[in-house]
Design a protein around this ligand. Structure first.
Ligand SMILES: Cc1cc2nc3c(=O)[nH]c(=O)nc-3n(C[C@H](O)[C@H](O)[C@H](O)COP(=O)(O)OP(=O)(O)OC[C@H]3O[C@@H](n4cnc5c(N)ncnc54)[C@H](O)[C@@H]3O)c2cc1C
Length: 530
């Protein structure tokens, strides 16, 4: 076993494996430690956002990921919302991430998390710089000025212990992260004090019974008794595979509760089913107070955990990877400064805080309030208005989710800008925002040409403007690719002739003219200003 690598990753769920792939492809050696050998068979994060598929594209496995999809391609990621039960006369379909697809290079997709994880594990196995230790658990983490040490123990029970050494450690070890705890990082958030059940089951009769709806991925039930908490059925495959979430009383156990009756009540009809798994989770939103302390970082559920409402968990975890991977590589390769590492927390943590507050907790409160206000039996018209408001009001929870880093100290956001989850999708290139895709005159998409480091898009820009960036990048060994093209053919939608794009496809700086000091721009975006 290799005992020294540049980065030690604790936890080999999707976030840890994704980070190992990202770092390995950037030329960074890493050791990944995961206590499980096999893959869990609970579908978990099914809803893969466009950004997650963009990651898979850059990791060279997007086609393999898409090939794992179990539902027909035309089935949308979102679904149906019904009142009290799925047999209710009050129901509507709600929008999924499809509505913002034009702003991303990859469309969203859907599949059980373990199928995505399988592809990522295979991708990781093909990268020589990554060594994965499955069946080992991290027991202690220490750091000093020169590096980190992680003691790992074999889960086989033979007591074998090994000390790993590295420059940095990243805790991708889930909600109960020991890396977070040992780094002394505490969490804030909202505890809804609500126990939830997750049942995974097979039922052909349920699939038959839901043929009144166009085929959807999820079927939500809102009930006045549930205070805005969802009951929802999710399809694993088109025929028999299902999972179901619902609030349950606090003292519920596997043995003292009739889960089939709960499913029947929520569906509105009886059906035969075979349970494969019944588990519980607490409805809670928790965000770490820091994502970094010295040489220790946390990412994914270790940094933020929350209910599976809206598909934020897995996708946000992989966005942490997109943000942190290139920054760690830049620091280790000597062209990125300490400020770049600090910016991981400054960019990502406010985004997730707002996800928890404005997209998860606020939605539970808003839907609960609307559904409790009117009873269709007594106030038919008022109920219909509230129900219509629920449909139109759910759209912005999808459309306005546009994480951006306008407040970041390592890019040129607007004065007073803050990093947040809420924003507007547009083609205009704005510092702090994800770059939208556009075609180049070659016929390729700009995303197909972006470099692994920074990329300067120069559309009918003066040679001098480009030369200043090239000189600075060469002198400071910052990887920079130049893409020249005309400011036409749709590229004028960027509304800037010069667009500097980061390795995570976020825009760092824009202008129509050469900056007074291109070197100052490059120093800042590489975290080396001041
Ligand atoms: C029912 C359900 C549905 C969900 N639906 C969605 C969805 O639709 N979309 C979405 O985006 N998200 C969804 N999520 C959330 C998503 O599953 C998680 O956010 C995601 O798994 C987080 O990945 P992770 O790698 O950070 O953590 P995990 O998947 O929890 O992985 C952490 C890993 O660390 C390992 N580990 C822990 N401690 C140690 C240690 N000391 N040493 C070594 N290894 C260790 C664990 O074995 C585990 O494999 C859902 C979650 C649930 C439960």
């Amino acid at each position: 076993m290799r005992t020294r690598s540049q980065v030690i990753i604790v936890g080999g769920g999707p976030v840890g494996v994704g980070l190992a792939v990202d770092l390995g492809l950037r030329g960074i050696s890493c050791t990944l430690v995961e206590r499980r050998i096999g893959m869990h068979k609970i579908p978990r994060g099914q809803n893969l956002a466009q950004r997650t598929l963009e990651r898979c594209y850059f990791w060279g496995c997007v086609d393999e990921v898409r090939a794992q999809r179990l539902l027909p391609p035309e089935v949308p990621a979102a679904g149906v919302t019904a009142y009290k039960s799925l047999m209710s006369e009050h129901w509507h379909t709600f929008a999924g991430r499809e509505i913002v697809s034009q702003y991303y290079f990859q469309r969203n997709d859907r599949m059980p998390q373990y199928l995505l994880e399988g592809v990522l594990r295979r991708r990781m196995a093909g990268i020589p710089l990554v060594e994965a230790q499955f069946g080992w658990a991290a027991r202690s983490i220490e750091q000093d000025a020169s590096g980190v040490r992680v003691a790992i123990e074999n889960e086989a029970g033979d007591g074998a212990r090994v000390m790993l050494e590295g420059d940095y450690v990243v805790g991708c070890d889930g909600g109960h992260s020991i890396v977070r705890d040992q780094a002394g990082i505490t969490r804030d958030g909202s505890d809804f004090d609500q126990l939830m059940v997750l049942a995974v089951f097979r039922s052909r009769e349920l699939s038959e019974g839901l043929k009144r709806f166009p085929m959807q991925s999820t079927y939500r039930v809102l009930h006045p008794e549930l205070n805005g908490y969802w009951q929802f059925f999710g399809r694993i495959d088109p025929e028999i595979g299902w999972f179901f979430h619902s609030p349950v009383p606090a003292d519920t156990t596997r043995d003292n509760y009739d889960f089939a009756a709960l499913l029947h009540k929520s569906a509105g009809f009886k059906f035969a089913c075979d349970f494969d798994h019944v588990g519980f989770w607490d409805l809670r939103v928790a965000v770490a107070q820091r994502y970094r302390t010295g040489r220790v970082f946390i990412a994914g559920d270790a940094a933020h955990s929350h209910p599976p409402y809206g598909g934020f968990g897995l996708n946000n975890g992989l966005e942490d990877v997109a943000n942190l991977g290139w920054k760690l590589a830049a620091r280790l390769q000597g062209w990125g400064g300490e400020k770049l590492l600090d910016s991981y927390d400054e960019e990502r943590r406010p985004v997730f805080k707002e996800v928890g507050e404005q997209f998860i907790a606020a939605r539970i409160a808003w839907e609960g309030e609307l559904i409790n206000r009117h009873d269709p039996e007594r106030e038919g018209e008022a109920f219909k208005r509230a129900w219509a408001e629920l449909k139109t009001g759910s759209g912005p929870f999808v459309a306005n989710y546009e994480p951006n880093y306008e407040g970041s100290p390592v890019l040129f956001g607007p004065p007073g800008g803050v990093s947040r989850a809420r924003g507007d999708h547009m083609f205009k290139a704005r510092a702090g925002h994800h770059l939208a895709p556009r075609a180049l005159s070659s016929g390729l998409n700009v995303f197909e040409e972006l470099g692994n480091g920074f990329t300067l898009l120069a559309f009918d820009a003066e040679d001098d403007a480009v030369a200043g960036f090239e000189q600075s990048a060469r002198a400071r060994k910052i990887p920079l690719k130049i893409i020249r093209d005309s400011c036409a053919g749709g590229r004028e939608d960027y509304e800037a002739r010069l667009v500097l794009v980061r390795p995570d496809q976020y825009v760092a700086w824009t202008s129509d003219i050469a900056p007074a000091d291109a070197d100052a721009v490059m120093r800042k975006v590489a975290g080396r200003a001041g």
